[in-house]
Design a binder for this molecule. Structure first.
Ligand SMILES: [Zn+2]
Length: 352
C-alpha cells in the first residue's frame, strides 16, 4: 500500500524539499459507541465511529506513505500540560470503574466548580453534552491519538506532518470534554511547539474549537484562529463568538470567524483569506491546522458550501503560509467522501 516510488514523486514534483510524514494511532477495536440523541429522544450509534478511521486512512495513504503507526499511549505527565488534574483524575476513576456509567445525567449550573465524589456527578461536571460516551475503546483511541500528535510535534524539524487522530480533540478544554473529543491533540502539539517559538492554531473544522480556545485563552505565545458555523445556530453554541478575543496577556490573540449557514463558497474563501492575513500578522514560527472535513456540503453533522474538489483550494491556501506545519485531523462524518476530501486537501497543501 505504501510505495516508495509514490513518495519520491511527491517529494520531487510538489514539495520543494519538505517531507510530509503521516502519523496515525493504530486502530483499536471496532465499536460503535452509543450516544443519546436529545432531539429524537433515543439512543443511537454515534456518528464518530471506527469507520471514519478507515476512510481517513485511505485518503491520507493515497498521498502520503511515510507512515508511523502509533501503538503507545500518551503519558499523564504530557496530558497534564494541557488538561486539569481534576479531569485527568476523572478519566482514571472511569477507567477503574470499567467506564461506567455510560453517560452523564446531571450538569452543574454556571460558575460551579465543585468536584463531587459521586462518579456520575463528576461525569456531568466535566462533560458538556450527551454525545460523548467515554468507553474503553474510545479512551484508548484518544490516548493513542494524543501520543501521535505529541510525536509529530517533537519531530517537526524533520518536516510537516498529517496526524490521523480519531476521536477528534478540539472540543476538549482544560477541564472539560464533549463533542466526541476527550483529549485535545492539537493543543498538546501546540503546547510542545510553543517551547520553541510562537504557534498559530488555525481551526477549519465546521465547529468552533472551543476546547483549544479555552486552553490558550490567556496566552499570547499560542494564538488561536477558528472559522466555524456561527454558534448562534451551531454546536458548541456557547462559545465561538467574534467578541471572544482572549483575556489577560492573551487579549488580542484569539480570533473567531463565525459563518452564516448560507455562506457561499466565494464568501467562505474570502473569510479564510482574512484569517490567513491575521495569522501572517501574528508571524508564528509554527502552524497547527485543526482540519475538519465536516465543512463538506453534505456532511451529516456540519455542512457548509464546500464541494470535494474545494478542499484542494483550502489545502493550498493553508500551505501558502509556508510555515512548518502539523495537520491534525478533527471532524468529518460523510464517511464515503472522506477519502477524496482528505486526498484533495493534502494534495492542495503539498503544492506549497
Ligand atoms: Zn466538527
Amino acid at each position: 500500500m505504501f510505495q516508495r516510488e509514490k513518495s519520491r514523486y511527491i517529494f520531487t514534483i510538489c514539495f520543494f524539499g519538505v517531507l510530509v510524514k503521516f502519523y496515525s494511532a493504530e486502530k483499536f477495536g471496532n465499536h460503535p459507541a452509543t450516544i443519546f440523541d436529545a432531539q429524537r429522544m433515543c439512543l443511537e450509534d454515534g456518528i464518530e465511529g471506527p469507520q471514519r478511521y478507515d476512510a481517513l486512512f485511505e485518503g491520507a495513504s493515497r498521498v502520503l506513505n511515510d507512515l508511523e503507526l502509533v501503538q503507545d499511549r500518551v503519558s499523564t505527565a504530557s496530558l497534564a500540560r494541557i488538561h486539569s488534574p481534576q479531569l485527568l483524575d476523572f478519566y482514571r476513576a472511569m477507567e477503574k470503574n470499567g467506564f461506567n456509567p455510560p453517560l452523564p445525567d446531571s450538569f452543574p449550573p454556571p460558575g460551579i466548580s465543585i468536584e463531587p465524589e459521586n462518579l456520575l456527578a463528576r461525569y456531568g461536571r466535566h462533560c458538556t453534552d450527551t454525545q460523548s460516551p467515554l468507553t474503553r475503546e474510545y479512551y484508548t483511541e484518544a490516548l493513542r491519538s494524543a501520543y501521535a500528535a505529541e510525536l509529530a510535534a517533537k519531530e517537526i524539524d524533520s518536516g510537516d506532518a498529517y496526524v490521523l487522530c480519531r476521536p477528534p480533540g478540539h472540543h476538549a478544554g482544560r477541564d472539560f470534554f464533549g463533542g466526541f473529543c476527550f483529549l485535545n491533540n492539537a493543543a498538546l502539539a501546540a503546547e510542545i511547539l510553543s517551547k520553541k517559538g510562537s504557534v498559530a492554531v488555525l481551526d477549519v473544522d465546521f465547529h468552533h474549537g472551543n476546547g483549544t480556545q479555552d486552553i490558550f485563552y490567556k496566552r499570547k505565545d499560542v494564538a488561536v484562529f477558528s472559522l466555524h458555523g456561527d454558534p448562534a445556530w451551531s454546536y458548541p453554541y456557547f462559545q465561538g463568538y467574534e467578541s471572544e478575543k482572549g483575556s489577560g496577556e492573551g487579549t488580542g490573540y484569539n480570533f473567531n470567524y463565525p459563518l452564516e449557514e448560507t455562506i457561499s463558497k466565494q464568501e467562505y474563501f474570502s473569510v479564510l483569506e482574512q484569517a490567513l492575513k491575521d495569522v501572517a500578522d501574528f508571524n508564528p514560527k509554527y502552524l497547527i491546522v485543526s482540519f475538519g472535513a465536516d465543512t463538506y456540503k453534505e456532511d451529516p453533522v456540519g455542512g457548509l458550501s464546500l464541494d470535494v474538489q474545494d478542499f484542494s483550494q483550502l489545502g493550498s491556501m493553508l500551505g501558502a503560509l509556508q510555515l512548518p506545519s502539523l495537520i491534525i485531523q478533527e471532524g468529518g462524518y460523510a464517511v464515503s467522501m472522506l477519502p477524496d476530501i482528505v486526498e484533495n486537501f493534502l494534495q492542495g497543501f503539498l503544492k506549497k
